[in-house]
Structures are given as structure tokens and as C-alpha cells.
Design a protein around this ligand. Sequence first.
Ligand SMILES: *[C@@H]1O[C@H](CO)[C@@H](O)[C@H](O)[C@H]1NC(C)=O
Ligand SMILES: *[C@@H]1O[C@H](CO)[C@@H](O)[C@H](O)[C@H]1NC(C)=O
Ligand SMILES: *[C@@H]1O[C@H](CO)[C@@H](O)[C@H](O)[C@H]1NC(C)=O
Ligand SMILES: *[C@@H]1O[C@H](CO)[C@@H](O)[C@H](O)[C@H]1NC(C)=O
Length: 419
Amino acid sequence: MAIPQFFLLLVSLFHHAFAQDFPIGVTSPLATSCGPDNANVVCLDRYASVLPYHFFRRFSGGSTDISFAQTNVPHDTSFDLVGNADFLVFDQERGLELLGSNPTYDKVFNVSEAVHEAPVYVPSLNKLFLSILAPPAGVLQPQLVVDLNQDPPTLSEYFSDPPVYAPNGGTFYNGLIYWGASGGNRSIGGIEQVPGIQTLDPHTNKTKTLLNNYYGLYFNCVDDLIVDKTGAIWFTDPQYSWFNRLVETPPQLLTASYRFDPKTGAVTMIDDTIVQPNGIAMSPDGKHIYITETGAVTGSIVRGGPPGSPFNQTGPRAIYKFDLIDGGTHVTNKRPIWYAQDWVPDGIKMAANGDIITGSGPGVDIIDPYGVLIARIQTDYIVQNIAFVGEELTEMWLVGQGGISRVRWNLKGQDLAAI
Ligand SMILES: *[C@@H]1O[C@H](CO)[C@@H](O)[C@H](O)[C@H]1NC(C)=O
Ligand SMILES: *[C@@H]1O[C@H](CO)[C@@H](O)[C@H](O)[C@H]1NC(C)=O
Ligand SMILES: *[C@@H]1O[C@H](CO)[C@@H](O)[C@H](O)[C@H]1NC(C)=O
Ligand SMILES: *[C@@H]1O[C@H](CO)[C@@H](O)[C@H](O)[C@H]1NC(C)=O
């Protein structure tokens, strides 16, 4: 709709008069409804980089998250819009472009408060597999399967053969699901397992162990993984399984990230500098690895120490970017490119255009490859991980503590089946 010039002039006069009540640099309104009419999108002006005094965002800590939307900004009532939006757009040009003309956000399933993880899309079945972790610990949970052939999609329980305890991360390569299996138990549901890597053939339901030790030592918590085009598996090994009592033995190894070549069985360390390496992704051009640091959520590795891993707001919680070297077998040039604006960056997935999507507190951030925030999806539950689904890969599913939800938009996911 064309806006009459006269109206624009009035708006601008009002704007200038109003702005004088605030420090130079404050724009008002900070937040406006924007984007397609039928979607709940709010645009932030200039990242709300100057807020009117007195504003305050309370500390997050323990298990309490205070999001950006909960920042108290009494002198700009437009900020109230932020809390109710499904989509927050920080970069208007790129943000509205990735949302497209009909973005939707739906919470499709209410699920338990247990961590939900390892969402993997299987194109040949048009199904999304995911897992349930603790709490409660020490229970062999079924996996869950979302059948996307049904409208609305259905959710059912699934046991592989043999079952796998606590898959914490997953990816898809060459027709198989690859799981970072994070649990360790001498006898649970008839199986013995320590943390490692397993594959699942989604057509036969058969699982196979590819890796379960480092020269006799147990991995701590194979958390998340990605397979490159040579078939090598890059994975992270933080210590959450001990904090959450999903293993019976305290850590035997420092936290680190590795590359495993299933053709030879060799494991090589790629990084030992991240406090709790968590999500891992490879850029679609195969030139970069991204690893999320969730060290702000950490616990005690002492046997007999307290279980759990409280959040520490001043602890480390960045996304690191690395470049591949040595014929694509190692990484260098570690640099932080993104400091989580909410909680910790957990699961990480790539868009086909190289944008980074990370589950971070109650929502998902979309960041460009240089660490500039473009947009955020807001949820009412903590999102652990995400997966793109469908033929076009323009539908994304979010899984976490209390919910499974779906976003339809214009952003196309990395095609894991094409690696
Ligand atoms: C989830 O639970 C809430 C609160 O009970 C309810 O309002 C909502 O409709 C439920 N959503 C789904 C998808 O079942
Ligand atoms: C191992 O499994 C048994 C049987 O389900 C359970 O009682 C125990 O708590 C489990 N231990 C861990 C560390 O998960
Ligand atoms: C695999 O498991 C699914 C779900 O339980 C079942 O419907 C299917 O028949 C199984 N496939 C085989 C080959 O056993
Ligand atoms: C939080 O993290 C910072 C930085 O690592 C550290 O100095 C501080 O002691 C931590 N606080 C707690 C309560 O663990």
C-alpha cells in the first residue's frame, strides 16, 4: 500500500519530537509488527542497540532463563511486542527474505520435559526420527518418529534392533542415520553400551556400533556429529552424560572433538580447547566446521559430586568457526563468531546458503556465516536441536524440553542426503 507523503512527514516530525526525550541514538518505536499480515513477525530497529534508560535484563542462572524479550524497557512500550512474536527480525532485508511470504510457526506436539534430541530426517520414508534423553536417567527410552506423510503428522514410539541408549545427536549419510550414542550402562533393557557412534538403517531397523572406545577408555558423551563427503565422522565429546547420570563412570577423557574414519577405525583429535563442545556442523561448501560451546552449562566430574549442570551466565557460550586443513582432516583458525544472546547455543544446523541455525534457550537463532544475527524464532520451551525436512527442505522442525514444533519459511536447509 502506498503511504501518502503527508502522513510520512507527520510521522517523522512526531518521531523527532519524541526522540528528544531519550538519549541520542535511541530510536522509537524499537519494535514494530512487520512482514506478511498473517504471520506474527516483529522487526527490531537497529538491533535495539540503544535502549532508553532505565532498562534492565535480569540475570539468567541455574535453570532460569531470562530472554532478550523479557528485558524491562518501560520507556518504550513498543518493546512489549517482542515477547509475543513467533519471529523476531533483526536484519530486515535478509530476515524478511528468509521468512518469505507465508511463514508459519506451529507447536505440533506437547512432549515431556525430558531433553529431546537427535532429530534426523529420512527422505525415503518422509519421517523424522528423534530421541528422548533424561530425565529420568537410567531408563531405556524409545526413539520417537514423526510421520510427515500424515496430515496432521503423527508421533509414535520406535525401538531399533538392538535398541540404542540415549542418542544425543544424529545426522544422515548415505541412507543411514548416524547417532552419537551418549549413554553408558552395563545392563539396560538387555543391552550393554558405552558412549560411541552407531548407525541405524531406517528400512531394516538394524543398528550397528561403529565406535565405542578410545584405546580402551570410554568416551564421555558422544554428543553430536556430522559426516563429511569422504564418510569421515566429526564428533564432539563433552561431559553431560556424567552430569545427567546417563553413564555409570565419571569422565575418563577431557572434553574434546574428534574425527573418526570408519574405513580404517582411526580416531584423531581435532580440538581440545572448548570447555563443553556440543553441536557440530559442516558448511555446505565443506570448507568450515562449526562447533558450539555450551561450557556455561557445566557440572562436577567428581565421583560422588552433585549431579546436574546449572547455567552460569558469564560462562562460555559461543559458536566457534574453524577452517579445514591437511587435506580436510584437521581444523585451524578457531575463532568465536557468535556469543549466544540467550542461554547456550546447543544443536547447530546449516542452511543451504551457509546461514547457521542454532537452538538457543527458548528459541532458535539464524546467524550469517560471519556471526551476524538475522532473525530469531521464539518458542515456549528450550530448543535442543533442529532438522530440515521435506522435498524442498524449507520446513524445519524444532525439538526440545516440552515441545516439538514446525516452521515453514523460505530458508532451505543443507541437503544431508546429497553429501
Ligand atoms: C499443548 O498444551 C497446551 C497447554 O495445555 C495447550 O493449550 C495446547 O493446545 C497443546 N498443544 C498441542 C499441540 O497439543
Ligand atoms: C542402568 O540401567 C539400570 C536398569 O535400568 C538402572 O537402574 C540404572 O540406573 C542405570 N544406570 C545409569 C547410569 O543409567
Ligand atoms: C521397523 O520398525 C517399524 C516401526 O516399529 C515397523 O513398522 C517396521 O515394520 C519395522 N521394519 C522391519 C523391517 O522390521
Ligand atoms: C561462571 O563462569 C565464570 C567464567 O568462566 C567463572 O569465573 C565463574 O566462577 C563461574 N561462576 C560459577 C558460579 O561457577
